[in-house]
Write a protein of this length. Structure first.
Length: 132
């Protein structure tokens, strides 16, 4: 029987992945793939890509947070308007009119407040009529 000389193909990337801090049996497959990619690209290029990914993720989270904040503020304003409308008090100046108030302004429907007189008319007193 003749002896077969078998030399396994050696992967130098694996040597750099398993640099003494990570051992083949202890790394999770996901971590191994990430570490292998990092070694292939080179440390600086990998860090630049990772930083770019993190910044994009942060920007996405910021826009999502801004959107939810605007929604909360809008709901809070609507709730305040509804509460004020139910109690019959007026909304603070600058607050947008509710849908009902906008309809009343357009159509002129709904109860109108009657004028109770005012500074324009002087009241007539009974003793003033006698003098005339």
């Amino acid at each position: 029987m003749e002896e077969i000389d078998f030399v396994a193909k050696h992967d130098s990337v694996d040597d750099r992945v398993y640099d003494g801090t990570n051992y083949a049996g202890l790394m999770r497959p996901k971590d191994y793939v990430a570490k292998r990619e990092q070694v292939k690209l080179g440390e600086e290029v990998w860090r630049a890509q990772r930083l770019q990914e993190l910044r994009a993720r942060d920007a996405q989270a910021a826009t999502k947070d801004a959107k939810t904040r605007e929604d909360r503020q809008r709901r809070k304003k609507e709730q305040l308007r509804d509460e004020l409308a139910s109690t019959g008090t007026r909304a603070p100046a600058g607050a947008p009119a509710s849908a009902c108030e906008a309809e009343r302004a357009k159509e002129g429907c709904g109860k109108r407040k009657r004028s109770k007189g005012g500074a324009g008319k002087q009241p007539k007193l009974s003793f003033d009529e006698d003098e005339e």
